[in-house]
Design a protein around this ligand. Structure first.
Ligand code: BGC
Length: 706
């Protein structure tokens, strides 16, 4: 390969099937493809479209090296599943893995080889729109989800037609963007970096993820794309990650705006020397890397290693054997959005819904005496919003809206009246009267409110996370009718919903549920499926509490020790407690926890022990429960969180059934990065908690001895 051809492999260009960054259509792209100066494309979707470009690369370029097509397949490809934050609320690693697997099958049938997923950024700030793309605020759960998603996308064999390469992003700490504003700087300690933000990436690396993506943000003064601590020390040296590192969209070019490079040439030099193997849509490598190598500013060995990795991935995907193997239209027709995928999407969606409140109005059954129901609100009929952000090849015409779901399920049994009432984000009130009228004539109101699908996701941050527009005013008017009010929320982040928590009769958090939204919700409302989702992110009482998360430190003056004393960690004008805590979610049945016990009271560092708890279904119907286990390291060399999730089990209990739930643990599970940044656990006492959420917990204590 000539040096130009090698650098070409490190250059990724964007097609036009999606716009995912500042678009810079380059007139030389076609010519570059022919000259073998492009290694990869993103944002080209479909068997026919990828075929067109692949043909140029393999039939017109000198070396005939196939292109690798990457795309954001985030929560489904054609069959759109719930957004990742929603799916995380299922705490169901099997369905999370399977949804990634189905997404991979569909993506591969659409000519794609590489997904820019999973996004594994921990996020504690609901203002940040990209909280929707991840697995919530908790490091342990997000690490498990990262592993499941990598396995789902990649399977056991990248050479199989049904798998795609995965990409852990955004490396790293992007979720800590200051003030919840996208692309903003991140300034955190190495302690937080290692204990909170990095473990999901480590988990993806351990699961064999083939690539990592740099983050847009500056981390502690140095842009992540050229951050040596991140890429050289941690990713390569400590974790021995041997796969590809791709920049984020023009994140190499943006080193200029970050103020660490004068021009694109310097950007290219910095990024290549920081071991970024591929320049996504930045044209910095294309325009300058050859020259930089010739001048000795970048060692050719760096280029060789990057190219070897890129070619190896293409080889593993079978592209050298048959560059067209992923772009066969018949496969596309057969596999996309088939019945099996839809059925699975429905199951995934109903498991993602979280019941936040219910004073008995749900489930809605034929015997309730109710005859007329009113469906109100701007999200009732919406299809597009159900797709959420990053909807890939999803099409709103394939979505079952809430309205359709209600009609399908209840149309025969009830009279259903619908009025939109208001728009999602407008101050117009003229349509309130019709909605109120319908509500008055009905015996129960279902109000479908929340955010538009694109109010979260990239570059979609909000300072005000209450219900947009006039939706709350509409709900207040509906409440005045005195009819039971069931609120169905669609949103990509926790919202500020105090009034609802006090005044609604039931609240269902549905996030954005994907193509089967309406049917899945009807399954829950009817009681055909008992809700089992639990929040993976804390809901604040008000915006001033942000960031608020369950695994905080104790402070030296915790309020609970002496609530009447002035000098305590509190707000004068608000509670410090969340509205809904991490791990919270209701069911139509009730579970009782008892007999929490440990097999030992003292263990040596390597010794194993078992924590057991009895969980009983007290209600008349079967249900699933997510049993959560937390710890608190009471005394350590650094202050440790008041609670940290360390394990969980999702169990099914028939009515009246009791199960003994066992957790096999050892002190290994309690390790963390200590003050010397060593992965360690010191002797001492650990409190263990078990329960249905991060607040209602039973406790035991174990001592770790030397
Ligand atoms: C996003 C990435 C995405 C990339 C390619 C960027 O703007 O930050 O998450 O993978 O675009 O679409």
């Amino acid at each position: 390969m000539t040096l130009e051809e090698k650098v070409g492999q490190m250059h990724q260009i964007a097609g036009n099937d999606a716009v995912t960054g500042p678009h810079n259509p380059n007139s030389n792209d076609g010519e570059d493809l022919r000259k073998g100066l492009v290694g990869s494309m993103l944002n080209v979707v479909g068997a026919d479209k990828t075929y067109k470009y692949q043909k140029i690369a393999v039939e017109e370029s000198r070396l005939r090296i196939p292109l690798i097509f990457g795309h954001d397949v985030i929560h489904g490809c054609k069959t759109i599943f719930p957004i990742p934050l929603a799916e995380s609320c299922s705490w169901d690693l099997d369905i999370i893995e399977l949804s990634a697997q189905i997404a991979a099958i569909e993506a591969s049938a659409m000519g794609l080889h590489w997904t820019f997923a999973p996004m594994v950024d921990i996020a504690r700030d609901p203002r940040w729109g990209r909280i929707a793309e991840g697995g919530g605020e908790d490091t342990y759960l997000a690490s498990k989800i990262a592993e499941a998603r990598v396995k789902g996308f990649q399977g056991n064999d990248l050479g199989s037609l049904n798998t795609v390469a995965a990409c852990a992003k955004h490396f790293a700490a992007y979720g800590a963007s200051e003030a919840g504003r996208d692309y903003n700087q991140v300034d955190i300690s190495e302690n937080s970096l290692r204990n909170i933000y990095l473990p999901p990436f480590k988990s993806a690396s351990d699961a064999g993820v083939t690539s990592f993506m740099n983050a847009f943000n500056v981390l502690n003064g140095i842009p992540a794309t050229i951050n040596e601590l991140l890429v050289k020390s941690i990713l390569k040296e400590e974790w021995k990650f041997a796969g590809i590192v791709v920049s984020d969209y023009n994140s190499i070019g943006e080193l200029i705006q970050h103020g660490v490079a004068n021009d694109k040439r310097e950007s290219a030099e910095l990024a290549a020397n920081a071991l970024c193997d591929m320049d996504m849509a930045g044209y910095c490598y294309r325009d300058h890397l050859v020259e930089l190598v010739r001048e000795g500013k970048v060692a050719e060995s760096i280029i060789d290693i990057a190219v070897e990795k890129i070619l190896t991935l293409k080889y593993r995907l079978g592209l050298f054997e048959d560059p067209y193997r992923y772009c066969k239209p018949n496969r596309e027709n057969e596999l996309l959005l088939n019945k099996g995928n839809r059925d699975f999407a429905r199951d995934c969606a109903r498991k993602s819904i979280v019941l936040l409140k219910n004073n008995g109005v749900l489930p809605l059954t034929k015997n309730s005496g109710i005859k007329k129901i009113a469906l109100i609100g701007p999200l009732t009929e919406s299809k597009f919003d159900m797709l959420g952000s990053w909807y890939c090849a999803g099409d709103e015409n394939d979505v079952v809206s809430f309205y359709e779901g209600m009609k399908n399920r209840f149309g025969k049994d009830f009279e259903i009246n619908y009025s939109k009432g208001c728009e999602i984000d407008s101050l117009y009130k003229e349509d309130f009267s019709e909605a109120i009228n319908f509500a008055e004539q009905s015996e129960i109101i279902f109000a479908y409110v929340g955010e538009a699908g694109l109010m979260s996701g990239e570059a979609s941050c909000r300072t005000d996370i209450s219900l947009p527009g006039n939706q709350l005013s509409l709900l207040k008017e509906l409440k005045k009718t005195g009819k039971p009010l069931v609120v169905v929320l669609s949103n990509g982040r926790p919202l500020e919903i105090n009034w609802l928590a006090e005044n609604a009769d039931a609240i269902l958090e549905t996030w954005f549920l994907g193509v089967e939204a309406g049917n899945a919700l009807a399954d829950i409302i009817s009681g055909d499926f008992n809700p089992s989702g639990k929040l993976t992110v804390t809901f604040p009482r008000n915006m001033g509490q942000i960031p608020i998360y369950y695994n905080h430190l104790n402070t030296g003056r915790p309020l609970y020790e002496n609530p009447t004393e002035h000098y305590r960690s509190r707000y004068l004008d608000s509670s410090i407690e969340p509205l809904f805590p991490f791990g919270f979610g209701l069911s139509y049945t009730k579970f009782e926890y008892s007999n929490f016990s440990l097999s030992k009271n003292k263990i040596a560092i390597m010794e194993k022990f078992i924590a057991t708890v009895d969980v009983k279904n007290l209600g008349a119907i079967a249900g699933e429960e997510i049993v959560q286990l937390y710890i608190h390291d009471k005394v350590a060399t650094i202050s440790r969180p008041v609670k940290e999730l360390k394990s969980f089990k999702k169990i099914y209990l028939a009515s009246g059934e009791m199960k003994k739930v066992e957790f096999n643990l050892s002190a290994e599970d309690f390790k963390y990065y200590d003050k010397n940044m060593e992965w360690n656990i010191e002797p001492g006492k650990i409190e263990l908690f078990v329960g249905p959420n991060s607040e209602e917990l039973l406790m035991q204590e174990i001592e770790i001895t030397n």
